[in-house]
Design a binder for this molecule. Structure first.
Ligand code: ADP
Ligand code: MG
Length: 334
């Protein structure tokens, strides 16, 4: 049995204190296996970004992380600041949706890559210089020697995202956390960046957690997927299993909103209603007010995630399974 490289158990993220505290992530548990791409999917506000940030304790002031995040036998939630510095941006790297906000606009990209090399490798000045160029080549930026001395605004959106990835790879991470890394890009560039991430995963033997609201992206790039709703995982399994036989009504709804003809992608808009706010999460199953399968028990009792390998938190899984998957043909790979 292969061991997971990351084990998340009962992860919670709370903002504020006392009676007004809001729980954005609730009892989330999942594993990441070596070399796999795990997709974290759900509508806007479902808790994907907060989950990802909580793994590295990167919440804004007022945010509190609970539960455990086991990384090479140590719990990140309980690490000292010194231990955390070695993991954060080192063994585990993170890339964000909008590179312009994560890059420093007044520093050439060389400085930003070399800063990371200085923090996380033993390379001397000359070694860092050479490695910075190698990393630019690795992420497919042409004319890398010259472009290293340019500033972020001189790069196109796609090239900026490549720079972000080069910075993230400088520390030779074993796990890459990618938060909607292609959402701001047009479809062609999006496919190029996703392919790059997959190639790097193979070449560098990394694992990837990929946050996206786009199930087309999940189909094209992920091995396993976890679906989030109102701060909880409601379904988890191999991408092929979940697409072929969704067990949660919410997942089924999401799958029904993927464009079926051609490879066109769109936002997930077709489930009636909107996700609940954190201050007003419905009793029972949080999805019940929007659910076509809901029965009395769904309004009273919150369902637990059950199953082996393919898990779902739905009282009416059998009915959802009987209704069948709305995905009629296998989705194409990027
Ligand atoms: P997603 O990435 O799935 O779109 P997020 O993880 O960003 O969603 O947000 C999940 C929930 O947490 C949202 O309801 C959001 O309003 C809330 N939230 C995020 N950051 C904060 C914060 N700093 N303070 C209070 N609530 C927050
Ligand atoms: Mg987000």
């Amino acid at each position: 049995m292969t061991e997971p490289i990351l084990s998340v158990r009962n992860l919670t993220a709370t903002f504020g204190q006392g009676a007004s505290a809001l729980r954005a992530v609730n009892e989330v548990s999942f594993d990441v296996m070596p070399g796999e791409v795990l997709g974290l999917v759900g509508e806007s506000g479902s808790g994907k970004s907060v989950t990802l940030r909580s793994l590295l304790r990167l919440l804004p002031v007022g945010g509190h992380v609970g539960g455990s995040v086991s990384w090479h036998g140590k719990d990140i939630v309980r690490m000292t600041d010194a231990e955390l510095r070695a993991v954060r941006g080192g063994q585990i790297s993170m890339i964000f949706q909008e590179p312009m906000t994560a890059l420093n606009p007044v520093l050439p990209v060389r400085v930003q890559i070399e800063e990371n090399l200085r923090a996380h490798t033993q390379l001397d000045r000359k070694g860092r210089n050479a490695r910075a160029k190698e990393l630019m080549d690795l992420v497919g930026i042409p004319d890398s020697a010259r472009r290293l001395d340019e500033f972020p605004h001189q790069f196109s959106g796609g090239m900026r995202q490549r720079v972000m990835i080069a910075i993230a790879l400088a520390s030779d991470p074993k796990l890459l956390l990618a938060d909607e890394p292609t959402t701001a890009l047009d479809v062609t560039i999006q496919d190029q960046i996703l392919n790059l991430i997959l190639d790097l995963r193979d070449e560098l033997a990394m694992s990837v957690v990929l946050v996206t609201h786009d199930l087309g992206v999940v189909a094209a790039t992920c091995d396993r997927m976890a679906v989030m709703y109102a701060g909880r995982i409601v379904e988890e399994g191999d991408v092929t299993q979940v697409f072929a036989q969704p067990r949660h009504a919410y997942t089924r709804g999401l799958l029904g909103s993927i464009p079926q003809a051609g490879t066109e992608r769109s936002m997930l808009l077709s489930i009636d209603g909107t996700p609940p706010g954190l201050a007003a999460i419905p009793q029972g199953c949080a999805f019940n007010p929007r659910c076509d399968f809901a029965t009395d028990i769904c309004r009273r009792t919150r369902p637990h995630l059950t199953g082996d390998g393919h898990r779902a938190a739905c009282h009416n899984s059998d009915a959802v399974i009987a209704a069948g998957s709305p995905v009629k043909k296998a989705l194409s790979h990027v």
